[in-house]
Design a protein around this ligand. Sequence first.
Ligand code: SAM
Length: 327
Amino acid sequence: FKHNPEGDAFLEDESTKIFARKVADHYSARTNQTLEEREASVIIHLKKLNNWIKSVLIQLYARKGDVVLDLACGKGGDLIKWDKAKIGYYVGIDIAEGSIEDCRTRYNGDADHHQRRKKFSFPARLICGDCYEARLDEVLADDAPFDICSCQFALHYSWSTEARARRALANVSALLRPGGTFIGTMPDANVIIKKLRQAEGMVFGNSVYWIRFDEEFSEKKFKSSSPFGIKYKFHLEDAVDCPEYIVPFHVFKSLAEEYDLELVFVKNSHEFVHEYMKRPDYVELMRRLGALGDGNQDQSTLSPDEWEVAYLYLSFVLRKRGQPDRT
Ligand code: SAM
């Protein structure tokens, strides 16, 4: 904790817990949509684009037989992607009880509302827990080491305090094998702060999202004070409505290095799309996922407002230091 007297540290800890609960309750309360409801969403193409980004990351880094840790796995939306990568074992953890239940249902193949499918070809362990508080090296001692750890659209929830951000990275580092990979996506703080600077007040957005900072937030304070706990409210139509935290990437990068996690790359989603859409196999994947217009390779079906939301995110890849003990 920062330089707080003990009493404040306790208060901060309590309010952090309340926010973690708020996030968990928010995601738990989101019920499964039917295929029709999903297709009718105003951000359906953004959802498809995000699925494409996650699929590309998985295809780039997962190898046959890999042992995978999915931090904040949610309802198991990536299970099929991991299955396609022919992984050997999967552990998924999420703080939201309802989401883990949905994930279990999806894994077991009952009532998969998206498609009837054969059973997954890998064994899995699904756990409800707080990835940014629990000592996962103890909880998962029998499952480690992992070849890949993935944390998709969720790592920013760890940035409420330094203690939680460190716990998240310590967990990943302790569980990955030397040479193992940590892949993820999270909001791009540079873009968010740039947009805040251009905004008239403390709020900005478009027809599908808005972001609001507290009045107390000021750029001056931002530059001089702690890089943790910089909270804003994020609303994304038909998806998210909860408190989130800014993750200044340079701080993330150097903190990760303290835990032997070295940056391989970081790319804003726009850059990610431009780079990987040069590969015909990923263009084809985009088409299969339905995130591309018919016939035209460059014509994404995303609305300009959805495309602006994509710009709010980045993807990162980190590698655990050390020599892999297998080829
Ligand atoms: N990774 C999934 C995906 O890409 O579909 C879910 C992403 S969803 C936007 C964010 C997830 O983070 C939610 O399922 C939420 O419950 C989870 N989450 C937030 N804080 C968490 C924490 N402290 N520990 C574990 N999961 C957490």
